[in-house]
Write a protein that binds this ligand. Structure first.
Ligand code: 9MG
Length: 277
């Protein structure tokens, strides 16, 4: 299945790696060191050189306790980076945002994907994506970032997550976005216990039959700390394990901090899956 990201066409039947460029002062695993334009651009260059098909730029942290940012602050953080990457690098620019004003502006500057952890629930966000006419990833989150891990509860996590995402899809398609512009993400770690995350990880292939490409973000997440007992700085092996499990089930985009290593893992999976066709 081909998908067009603002002029770059990618085959979503194989897995691609999305590198992460945080432009928040408080991003959790890189200490916020990339919030300056020059270092963000240098980091993006490295990610692309390592094989990232996508770079995901985020100016609003979803860490519990993160300070909320104003619309203007988010625009000021994200837009110069989008503009600089669009001028120089051959990659799809994804912007991790829930803010309608940011969606409209980054699409104008050359972004090819909106990555919204709130699944376009902020007022005006659906209209902004429809007007921009670029693909969007709708992610599931239970609750709000500050409190979402307090007591996550589901009747049946796979069914509840799927049903939420399909409701959002119906709203978005009803507003005029083509189905070929929608990706889904179960939202690992966003209002989920370890057991919820594992149930979702086991059932990615069932979510895939909904017909929308899947994006997953598992890299360095606390579920991997809970399983291995490792600090965030020592979760690369566990991150590669879960990236491999997701790619084996057909996840189209793997969001990762360690791009070079994840690209290698995905290449092994692709070689295996293609050898069986
Ligand atoms: C921004 N961000 C952090 N974690 C994420 C995840 O798991 N998925 C998506 N789509 N975005 C994420």
């Amino acid at each position: 299945m081909q998908m067009d990201f603002a002029g770059r066409t990618l085959d979503m039947s194989r897995s691609h790696v999305m590198g992460i460029v945080n432009v928040t002062p408080d991003s959790f695993s890189d200490g916020g060191q990339y919030h300056q334009l020059d270092s963000a651009l240098a980091h993006a260059r490295r990610l692309v050189q390592e094989g990232a098909g996508f770079v995901d730029i985020g100016g609003e942290s979803t860490r519990p306790g993160a300070v909320p940012v104003s619309v203007q602050e988010e625009l000021d953080r994200v837009c110069p980076v989008v503009e600089a990457i669009a001028a120089e690098l051959d990659t799809v620019i994804s912007v991790d945002t829930s803010t309608p004003e940011v969606i409209l502006e980054v699409a104008r500057l050359g972004a090819g994907l909106v990555n919204d952890v709130r699944a376009l629930q902020r007022e005006g966000a659906v209209a902004a994506v429809v007007a921009s006419d670029i693909p969007v990833c709708l992610m599931h989150m239970q609750g709000q970032p500050a409190t979402m891990q307090a007591r996550p509860r589901y009747q049946n996590v796979r069914r509840d997550v799927t049903s939420f995402l399909m409701d959002r899809v119906r709203i978005l398609e009803g507003a005029g976005l083509a189905p070929s512009k929608i990706l889904l993400d179960p939202g690992f770690g966003f209002g989920k216990s370890l057991d919820h995350n594992l149930q979702l990880l086991r059932s990615l292939d069932q979510m895939r039959v909904l017909g929308y490409p899947l994006l997953v973000g598992l890299s360095r997440k606390s579920m991997l700390g809970a399983i291995t007992g490792r600090d965030v700085s020592a979760r690369l092996p566990a991150s590669l394990a879960v990236a491999t499990i997701a790619a084996m089930q057909g996840a189209a985009i793997i969001r990762a901090h360690d791009v070079s290593e994840t690209v290698d893992a995905v290449k092994v999976v692709s070689a295996l899956l293609e050898s069986g066709q």
